[in-house]
Design a binder for this molecule. Structure first.
Ligand code: RRO
Length: 313
């Protein structure tokens, strides 16, 4: 029997797979479907303080094996998601879930975190520092001094479990720089990676961009797996062991989950393909990962987590 459970800090999750923020998690109906699925946890759509419409449509385009989006943070506002997770927590006190927060300013993030701090919520907050789709608002995760400033202000008062959602990094110096910042804070986890920002998808027949906002948006799906794995591995080698890693990006099948865990992920999130398949994907991925583990004689994910070999080993 293979055991797909995982642990982050002092919390155990019955399954190491869950949804990625943004995909099919924006309302109660979506979230209740996740609760009813084999996913080990859910994360709510990134919240802003108030309801937000997001960017003009079309703002998402499916591609073979992936997608591009310029959603622009459409969400029901923090109160809606906080209310949902609090009710769920009361009904299922043994479960830990993630509340995603993505203020477009530091003040908004601090105000939301004060509200969460003052509530009974005892799950994980995922602070999104990497939304690529808010015009005029750069992805904070690329400004290392700003990340330090934000985390300094957050941890001055917030003392419940908190992690950050990071953008992909592409240069090893940037891995060193972000890790040096993150290691100075009592983070519970980092989630790597968000969509790969500002790709351009074109409809060649129409000779036009595929989505609004000039056609630019975050790319997800198979194209981004090598970037995601490099980031999970790169952070795993650099972060202090108390900071767990959630691996996200390019997960289509059980092998992809296996590879994320080999690179050091304790939990794996599924975005694009979850959007295509819905919650039944968690049963399929669980079956596929279990089969890989059984064939290799692994009983638990700790048997291979972070144990990627190189030619130097
Ligand atoms: O809503 C979005 O446009 C969005 C967000 Br907040 C994010 O973090 N990542 C993404 O690809 N889209």
């Amino acid at each position: 029997m293979t055991d797909l459970s995982t642990t982050i800090a002092d919390r155990t999750f019955s399954n190491c797979m869950m949804n990625a923020a943004g995909v099919r998690c924006a309302d109660e109906n979506d979230l209740n479907q996740l609760i009813a699925s084999p996913a080990g946890a859910y994360v709510t759509k990134s919240a802003t303080p108030n309801v937000r419409e997001g960017n003009p449509e079309p703002r998402m385009k499916s591609l073979p094996g992936g997608c591009i989006n310029s959603m622009g943070l459409p969400n029901h506002g923090l109160d809606y998601y906080l209310d949902f997770v609090l009710k769920d927590q009361a009904a299922r006190p043994d479960k830990t879930n993630l509340l995603s927060i993505a203020g477009t300013t530091l003040e908004d993030n601090l105000a939301m975190l004060h509200k969460v701090a003052d509530s009974d919520f005892n799950g994980f907050v995922e602070l999104n520092l990497s939304c690529p789709n808010v015009p005029g608002k750069p992805q904070v995760g690329y400004d290392f001094d700003r990340v330090r400033e934000i985390l300094t202000q957050v941890f001055a008062f917030y003392d419940k479990p908190l992690g950050v959602k990071l953008p992909p990094y592409f240069d090893l110096v940037h891995f060193d720089q972000i890790a040096a910042v993150l290691n100075d804070f009592p983070l519970t986890f980092v989630n790597s990676i968000n969509s790969v920002g500002n790709g351009l998808v074109i409809d060649p027949n129409a000779e036009r961009v595929a989505i609004k906002l000039g056609g630019l948006g975050g790319i997800g799906g198979t194209f981004i797996k090598p970037t995601a794995l490099a980031n999970v591995r790169g952070l795993s080698l650099r972060l202090k062991p108390e900071i767990a890693i959630i691996g996200t990006g390019g997960v289509m099948n059980g092998t992809d989950v296996f590879e994320h865990i080999l690179c050091g992920a304790s939990m794996v999130q599924v975005g694009t393909q979850f959007g295509f398949e819905g919650t039944r994907i968690f049963k399929r991925l669980s079956k596929e990962l279990s089969a890989i583990m059984a064939a290799k004689g692994y009983q638990s994910i700790d048997d291979f987590k972070g144990k990627l070999k190189t030619f130097d080993d």
